[in-house]
Design a protein around this ligand. Structure first.
Ligand code: HAX
Length: 424
């Protein structure tokens, strides 16, 4: 048994007892009231589910197992996955174990590539990536073991196996989608000496040490964002029906592919480049940025990369990308423009008066870095987000099955019921 699995297994009785005690002693204590506004408004702020892998504090941003994300930017995605799942930082041996597991499980069956090849050339890269994940359902260990009648206490183990098999294959699938979709030549084999993130860069065909670092950072920063965001919540709900991790992650990714969620990173750089282009190239002045931002808002559109449903400060993940850019690509005009937008757009959004959070989110800065390394195909950016976010989705699923969290089924009500309830 691999070290991460042992570690997780050792935590199950401790966490399980904790939850049992809370439920027994305080199970009927109220933790949230729900207003009519919240019921019609996407359940914003309603506390109605548990996620122990990470937390998003409105005034701090992402916190993974108690550690703020800005303190984790030098960690490998492998270390982050270990932390998400087990609650502990891994030792060097633990990381090596996990990397060895990924290597053993990384081969992508030929039928996946055949399906992707058969898709229309115009397919969106997210549709290709997501299809590959769903097609891999054929490999599900959970589905087979469930059919054989495994007891409930072993569900998490089968979900863990599926999850790790899936995560191991995602860099190759993501890189393969890139090379197929954009005619970059044949598929590239992984290099066993490289980390999970660096290997992805290598399989894309970009062998540059700084780009390896950029990809490791990218995957570390996007790994998880607690349980209520569209992709995590969709995945959570699907998995709660005991659909296996291939079904559940694929469902979560369908949500990530929306422009108000993960697809915002494609929209964001497009917005920046269109502005630069419209203004004749070069870095726009602050006044020009202000005018362009107002033009966007007056046309009834959102400024992509700004605002957030939970955050009320600059997203620390945006700060991490900006710091990386300042260190590694100080001459990038696009990145300088992104930094200048940050000096202008929050004030514009405040004056506009609608967005509750005028600050940048993770998607505002990441595209500038990808663009610098020659990944100019914006449509592809959400695939990178997906490879990383799958870590959170898998970790949450394994935890949910280990803690025996039941099927999701909130109660919906109708407008007539609301009218009666509020005396109208
Ligand atoms: N530009 C213009 N208007 C904005 C805005 C922005 N960046 N952000 C919010 N608003 C508007 C909303 O559209 C809403 O307008 P209406 O009342 O007309 O519907 C109003 O301000 C109130 O919205 P909110 O309560 O502040 O924000 P929500 O919780 O409803 O939505 C979103 C949060 C992230 C979807 C929103 O801020 C947005 O659309 N931002 C731009 C898209 C984006 O960057 N998405 C990525 C978010 C991060 C993420 O999930 N990545 O995966």
């Amino acid at each position: 048994m691999a070290s991460l699995k042992e570690k997780f297994a050792s935590k199950i009785p401790v966490w399980g007892e904790d939850i049992k005690k809370i439920l027994k002693e305080k199970g009927d204590v109220k933790i949230s009231d729900v207003s009519v506004q919240q019921a019609y408004g996407g359940m914003r702020g309603v506390k109605g589910m548990i996620c122990d892998t990470s937390l998003v504090e409105p005034d701090k941003g992402l916190i993974i197992r108690g550690i703020p994300i800005l303190e984790l930017t030098d960690k490998l995605p492998e270390e982050i996955f270990f932390l998400l799942l087990s609650g502990d930082m891994p030792t060097d041996d633990d990381v090596k174990d996990l990397q060895d597991e990924y290597k053993k499980r990384g081969d992508v069956p030929k039928y996946v590539w055949d399906v992707l090849k058969a898709m229309p050339k115009t397919s969106h890269p997210m549709a290709m990536f997501d299809t590959a994940v769903l097609v891999l359902e054929n490999e599900s260990i959970f589905r087979k073991r469930y059919a054989e009648g495994i007891p409930k206490g072993q569900y998490w183990d089968a979900v863990y196996e599926d999850g790790l098999n899936l995560l191991a294959k995602l860099p190759a699938i993501g890189a393969g989608v890139y090379r197929m979709k954009y005619d970059k030549g044949g598929l590239i084999d992984p290099d066993p000496k490289l980390s999970w993130g660096a290997n992805f860069a290598h399989m894309m065909g970009i062998d540059d040490e700084t780009f390896y670092k950029a990809m490791e950072l990218y995957f570390t920063l996007h790994c998880d964002h607690e349980g209520g965001n569209v992709s995590a919540f969709s995945c959570h709900t699907i998995a709660s029906a005991l659909s296996d991790p291939y079904y559940a992650v694929s469902g979560g990714l369908n949500g990530l592919a929306g422009p108000l969620h993960g697809l915002a990173n494609q929209e964001c750089l497009k917005w920046v480049l269109e502005m630069m282009d419209k203004l004749g190239g070069g870095i726009p002045t602050k006044d020009q940025i202000k005018d362009y931002a107002w033009e966007t808002l007056n046309a009834g559109k959102v400024i992509p990369g700004y605002g957030h449903a939970v955050l009320r400060v600059t997203d620390p993940r945006y700060t991490a990308f900006l710091n990386f850019g300042k260190e590694h690509l100080p001459d990038s005009e696009v990145l300088t423009t992104v930094a200048r937008i940050y000096e202008v757009v929050p004030d514009v959004l405040k004056e506009h008066g609608k967005a509750k959070n005028p600050w940048p989110n993770v998607d505002a800065g990441s595209g500038a870095i990808l663009y610098h390394y020659g990944i100019t195909e914006f449509e592809y950016y959400t695939v990178l987000f997906s490879i990383s976010r799958a870590m959170g989705m898998v970790a949450q699923q394994v935890w949910n099955r280990a803690m025996m969290i039941p099927i999701t089924r909130p109660k919906s009500v109708g407008t007539d019921w609301i009218k009666k309830q509020v005396g109208m």
